[in-house]
Design a protein around this ligand. Structure first.
Ligand SMILES: Cc1ncc(COP(=O)(O)O)c(C=O)c1O
Length: 388
């Protein structure tokens, strides 16, 4: 099938929910993507932060294929090594006590929401169920996580939403204005990815941690996008010196296969019991084997490399004329320009660079192993497109 035939069938048969860019992805290697017509691109999107070590990565493929050759699915009624191995790695590296695996970021957050409500219900009885999230946050597309998402644009069409969510400005005044005696948790992305790579203030996060601890309110960090080495820290909350009670992640954890993880720290390690939560596919052994290979590789040296590459990328982006601002951490970067972000993304694509948008900003989520040469090539294209 050629490009126009694929696009025609897509328009005819795929639900019309995505504003796709004009490219049919065929294959790739590392930070390079090749389209259906043989054109090569530098990938600064990684399938929205998923292909964390690029495309066709040998180590990840080996882990995945080895597991596929053994068994492709084990239901959660039985034990399987890849799932326990990944959970153990996550716990050892973060201090979490237990992990629940789902298949996506939204599912990881669903688990966090249920855990927070049950923790409070077990301890304080009915009625303490409210969760404070932040304005401009994004937590997923299921009804609960859509409700948790603090953006009006997502709250059209699908009412009624779930009861018990309040949206705060990212400040202690904002939190206080939403706090009631029904509050059981606060959920934050320490770096808001979808709304423009907004890094929350360290002081605010520290104060929020204290505020939550004093009131036995669970602090949930949604690290679906900013986790798994992306920021130069295994999980981005570490950069702020805070200690959440629940951390959710997905995207890069699977390296390309669907997985979500809800990490439960000391306070709520025993909250979920038999039958409280479950999923057929969650913790799939192939996805977990791939995930374990990824988490094993994210060591101190790699994290320092990511920090260095991120600093180089951001410093040089800020020198491009017509760039109004650069935000982010490590290889999670937002670019503010006068040009509409979608236009920048389309022009970059024409010149062989794949980037994302996030609200009004251009967003870069390149593979953690992108090379310096590839960063320079990406910078040259960004310069041409933005400064024009
Ligand atoms: C911070 C955050 N949370 C949750 C989600 C939802 O993840 P998924 O699309 O895997 O359900 C996303 C997806 O972009 C995200 O960025």
């Amino acid at each position: 099938m050629n490009k126009s035939e694929i696009i025609k069938d897509d328009k005819n048969f795929i639900a019309n929910t995505y504003a796709r860019f004009d490219i049919v992805v065929k294959e790739g290697h590392g930070s390079k993507i090749i389209d259906s017509e043989g054109k090569e691109y530098i990938d600064c999107a990684t399938g929205i932060g998923v292909n964390i070590f690029g495309i066709n990565d040998e180590e990840w493929k080996k882990a995945v294929i080895e597991q596929i050759n053994k068994v492709q699915h084990v239901c959660n009624l039985y034990y399987a090594q890849p799932q326990t191995e990944l959970a153990k790695l996550l716990c050892e590296k973060t201090g979490a006590k237990k992990v629940f695996f789902g298949n996506s970021g939204a599912e990881a957050n669903e688990c966090a929401i249920k855990t927070a409500r049950k923790y409070s219900n077990d301890k304080y009885g009915d009625g303490r169920y409210e969760i404070i999230t932040l304005k401009d946050s994004f937590h997923g597309r299921t009804i609960a996580t859509l409700t948790a998402t603090g953006q009006d644009a997502f709250h059209r069409h699908f009412a009624p939403f779930l009861e018990g969510f309040r949206y705060a400005e990212p400040s202690m005044e904002g939190i206080l204005s939403c706090y009631t005696d029904k509050t059981c948790a606060v959920m934050v992305e320490v770096i808001q990815g979808e709304s423009g790579v907004n890094v929350l203030e360290s002081k605010f996060l520290k104060n929020l941690e204290t505020f939550c601890k004093e009131r036995d309110i669970l602090l949930i960090c949604d690290e679906v996008q900013c986790g798994n080495g992306r920021t130069g820290h295994l999980y981005a909350y570490e950069a702020f010196g805070i200690h959440p009670d629940i951390v959710t992640t997905a995207k890069g954890l699977g390296g390309g296969l669907p997985i979500g993880a809800c990490m439960l720290f000391e306070k709520c390690e025993r909250t979920l019991g038999f039958g409280d939560h479950g999923t057929t596919f969650g913790g799939n052994p192939v996805a977990c084997a791939g995930g374990a290979s990824i988490i094993r590789r994210i060591d101190k040296n790699l994290l320092l490399e990511v920090q260095g590459k991120g600093a180089y990328f951001m410093e040089n982006i800020s020198k491009i004329s017509k760039v109004k601002g650069v935000s982010g951490m490590g290889l999670m970067i937002g670019i503010d320009t006068d040009k509409p972000a979608r236009e920048v993304a389309e022009q970059c694509l024409k010149k062989g660079l794949i980037v994302l948008t996030a609200h009004k900003k251009v967003r870069l989520l390149p593979p953690l192993n992108i090379t310096k040469n590839e960063i320079d090539e990406a910078l040259a294209i960004l310069n041409e497109v933005i400064s024009q």
